[in-house]
Design a protein around this ligand. Structure first.
Ligand code: AMP
Ligand code: MG
Length: 472
């Protein structure tokens, strides 16, 4: 049976200034690495054998009903406004209305040059494609809002970076690819007609209860506050929190130089281009507020009374740190077994984190071992944990079932950076088995899987990955 994708496109119907219509650039000899059958089913896809999936998800065949296009957006990159970015190596095929009634984008990434490519080649190499596949699917399994991976295909072509590397295409699924930068581009150009159009589209697609720009701002701030608190609770570092990588839907998007903490330290940075630590683990809660201030700024021209609007939006943005603190407390409270963490519990959590940081304690393994007495072994000086444990045990008195709460908040498995690097090295050599193994184990991150214990180990000194490079 041939592949059928029940497209129901809405973005393509927006005015020409929103996008550039073009087909993906065909590749030499596509071969399928992975196809996410459960996600395909959720999207309403049917049929398709391996060869056909490789043709479609490499961009060689444009499926019936697709209206391929590259989206326009702008964005602040490391604090500096770039007035035009856009999909330089991505092409939206279209949207489907899934079985759950949710509209989702199906987008190829690495599918060739577009009018927004600037000096780029429009391609992706195998490494970042597999990294995004593994990490985005792991995030979904952890319960974090995220874009998903539908397929990964080798192109059979080479891409040229510092070295010659195998090319690949990722198919990404998202609630939408609207970003803060999508609003910024029209706002900065003072294209009010487009800005109003975008606002209406956003309300209809994501925030149907919103009446005003303030309502949308409030709901996006809320979603992003909860998202960043979730990232922090799993030790996730996004790595490039530019405003073009900040989704209006509240999903995690654009897995470039992202990574999970091994040993806990709030100043940890992985991205090789983030020399100042702007997007360090512990900076994310501040940066997201900064990003929301840029979003607020972009929304101002939608409102008639500028002064009053700025006043109202400023209050909303100023309220965000408190929302993040509350979400953080909820997440980290669960990590230490509390059903209803109270404001004063933040001190207890911060105290544990400070001790972990001073003792190179592994973030994931320490929290996971809290319940079974193994946590102290994670500390270079175990007595640092013992002191904390006394206060913690006293706090837990009267809690009904802390172990069950912790088992659901503290994963056994995260996609550790050194494992991802090893997986990529194997895949470059033509061996995809490690990719499939990682993906399989990470689909159940909270379940102990005795045959996969090796994936719980932090890196040995010679395995430590110090930097990940931008997903180009
Ligand atoms: P990113 O940092 O991956 O979010 O990308 C920032 C901008 O650079 C976006 O507009 C991308 O489309 C563009 N870009 C990144 N890599 C390439 C590439 N290889 N070819 C063309 N454009 C690219
Ligand atoms: Mg991006």
């Amino acid at each position: 049976m041939t592949l059928h994708i029940p497209f129901d496109n809405s973005f393509a119907a927006l005015p020409a200034g929103f996008h550039a219509r073009l087909d993906p650039t065909p590749v030499k000899s596509p071969s399928l690495i992975a196809f996410n059958a459960p996600l395909a089913e959720q999207l309403g896809l049917t049929g398709g054998d391996t060869a056909e999936l490789a043709q479609v998800f490499s961009g060689n065949t444009v499926p019936e009903g697709a209206e391929p296009l590259a989206q326009l957006y702008a964005g602040h990159q490391f604090g500096h406004y770039n007035p035009q970015l856009g999909d330089g190596r991505a092409i939206l095929l279209g949207e489907t209305l899934g079985r759950d009634g949710v509209r989702r984008d199906i987008q190829l990434k690495g599918s060739g040059r577009t009018p927004f490519s600037r000096s780029g080649d429009g391609r992706a190499w195998l490494g970042p494609v597999l990294r995004e596949y593994i990490v985005s699917e792991a995030m979904a399994a952890l319960g974090v809002p995220t874009t998903r991976a539908l397929a990964a295909v080798r192109t059979g072509e080479q891409v040229y970076r510092e070295t010659v590397l195998p090319g690949a295409v990722l198919t990404r699924v998202a609630k939408s690819h609207l970003r803060v930068g999508t609003f910024q581009v029209f706002s900065a150009r003072q294209d009010l007609e487009a800005l109003h159009r975008l606002f209406d589209y956003t309300v209809a697609r994501h925030y149907p209860t919103a009446q005003t720009p303030a309502d949308v701002l409030r709901q996006v701030i809320d979603a992003q506050a909860r998202l960043v608190a979730q990232w922090m609770s799993f030790g996730f570092i996004h790595g490039v929190m530019n405003t073009d990588n900040c989704a209006i839907s509240g999903e995690t998007i654009d897995y470039g130089p992202c990574a999970f903490l091994d040993a806990y330290h709030p100043e940890t940075v992985f991205s090789s281009i983030d020399r100042q630590g702007r997007y360090a683990y512990g900076a994310q809660a501040d940066v997201i507020v900064w990003n929301m201030a840029q979003f607020a700024t972009a929304l101002v021209p939608l409102c008639a009374d500028t002064e009053q609007t700025i006043e109202e939006f400023t209050q909303l943005v100023r309220g965000m740190p408190d929302l993040i603190r509350k979400a953080w407390l909820q997440q980290f409270g669960a990590k230490i077994g509390l059903a209803e963490p109270q404001t004063e519990d933040a001190k207890l959590i911060m105290d544990l984190l400070a001790r972990m940081s001073a003792n190179q304690a592994d973030f994931t393994n320490t929290f996971r071992a809290l319940g079974d007495g193994g946590a102290r072994d994670q500390f270079t000086d175990p007595s640092a944990f013992d002191d904390w444990q006394i206060t913690w045990t006293a706090r837990l008195a009267g809690e009904a079932n802390p172990d069950a709460i912790m088992a659901k908040a503290n994963p056994v498995f995260i996609p550790r950076n050194h494992r991802i690097e090893q997986m990529i090295t194997a895949a470059v050599d033509g061996d995809d088995s490690y990719f499939h193994h990682l993906h399989h184990v990470l689909s159940r991150p909270f379940d102990p899987q005795p045959d996969a214990t090796a994936l719980t180990h932090p890196p040995l000194p010679d395995e430590v990955v110090k930097a990940t490079f931008c997903g180009t």
